[in-house]
Design a protein around this ligand. Structure first.
Ligand code: MLT
Length: 255
């Protein structure tokens, strides 16, 4: 299995992902929000890449139980029901709901990878579950770090390195290129204390400045959620265990 890491979603077009297996990381905070919302009973998340489209999609109501979530400059978009703090995605707010999610980098990265054959969502919260599933899937992998406005961000790169490290613990058959090797080194350097990593990151400092310090503690939690968010036909749902085995048992090498 060959793993490629991309530090932003800006340097390729969406057709690049056709037929590939991909995983998107946006630790602060979009992928942590998605994992939390699904864990708390949301029916699905619909990632979009513009606020206008979010408003348009919400008009088509997914069975009436549709809410708008997300941020612009870290703060709730005017007219949305929720912002992009995972602490807002409580069972009371999201259970049974379809959530249309717009964020500056994370939701756009997911939409960019929409032609992937398999597309998953990873945060520190659900990293072990994702690592385990990807090793069982045993397909070459594209890791997409959402980054910050087309630029590199440290927390997503460390999460990518930690994901590769976890996968290498589970399988000897993993080959990484330069970006993967760099991510492994970044995890070894900065990944021992995830809260410190987030507090000292550029985006983490901005979130603290904007009153979201509590989000960093939440986003730094490692392996607290055993859940695999899976993108199919425009929406992200929780991959049910049955599907996992069914999907993997199609693999001739599956035991
Ligand atoms: C992003 O998409 O870059 C983040 O989710 C932004 C944020 O939540 O602050």
């Amino acid at each position: 299995m060959k793993i490629n890491v991309h530090y932003s979603n800006h340097h390729f077009d969406e057709l690049y992902f056709t037929g590939k297996s991909s995983v998107v990381i946006d630790v602060l905070r979009a992928t942590t929000v998605i994992v939390t919302a699904l864990q708390n009973g949301a029916r699905e998340i619909i990632p979009v890449n513009t606020v206008d489209f979010a408003m348009k999609v919400s008009g088509n109501a997914f069975g009436g139980q549709t809410i708008l979530g997300g941020e612009r400059n870290t703060k709730k978009v005017e007219g949305f029901n929720l912002g992009n703090s995972p602490l807002e995605y409580t069972p009371a707010n999201v259970a049974g709901k379809s959530i249309i999610l717009y964020t500056t980098n994370g939701s756009k990265s997911i939409v960019k990878a929409k032609f992937s054959e398999n597309l998953f969502v990873c945060s520190f919260n659900n990293l072990p579950a994702i690592a385990n599933h990807l090793v069982k899937l045993d397909k070459d992998l594209e890791i997409i770090c959402a980054g910050n406005n087309a630029g590199f961000n440290l927390e997503d790169a460390v999460c990518a390195g930690k994901l590769i490290g976890e996968m290498k613990e589970l399988s000897a058959d993993i080959e990484v290129g330069d970006s993967g090797r760099a991510s492994l080194v970044l995890d070894k350097t900065f990944g021992k204390n995830l809260l410190k990593l987030l507090k000292e990151s550029e985006h983490g400092k901005l979130l603290i400045e904007n009153g979201f310090a509590a989000d960093l503690k939440y986003c730094a939690q490692f392996g607290t959620v055993d859940l695999i968010p899976y993108y199919v036909s425009g929406t992200i749902k929780k991959l049910e265990t049955g599907n996992v085995h069914k999907e993997i048992s199609n693999d001739p090498k599956a035991s």
